[in-house]
Design a protein around this ligand. Sequence first.
Ligand code: 5GP
Ligand code: ZN
Length: 121
Amino acid sequence: MQDPNCIFCKIVRGDIPSRKLYEDQDVLAFHDINPLAGVHFLMIPKDHVKSMMDLEEGHRNVMGKMMVLAPKLAREQGSQEGFRLIVNTGRVGRQEVDHIHLHIIGGTQQLGAMLPRSQGG
Ligand code: 5GP
Ligand code: ZN
């Protein structure tokens, strides 16, 4: 299942170029075009799923696969001492691309605070 207008579906199809770091039949990982740290890549299911709020039982395997792959790929990319995994979801989560994606953000430098204290609540 693909959405012809979705930018990440276009990356899956190769219609938009990306710097891939992992691919199999279910999953694609590629470097974020606008990295926020020394390591910043995205991991997506190849099937178009809009956001975490659209996950169903049938997505259990692919989402589990991505969670197990995340630390392996993070280490390979140079995050030996940890990383942050972010899944921005919906309007409140400020999701900008409506194809579910994990951000894996790390590197050698410690990251900033998770959220400024003034946020949310
Ligand atoms: P969101 O705010 O939806 O969680 O994050 C979307 C992410 O996708 C952003 O970090 C942005 O830099 C990245 N992004 C948007 N368009 C492209 C693109 O065409 N190629 C790549 N590699 N990353 C993209
Ligand atoms: Zn898509």
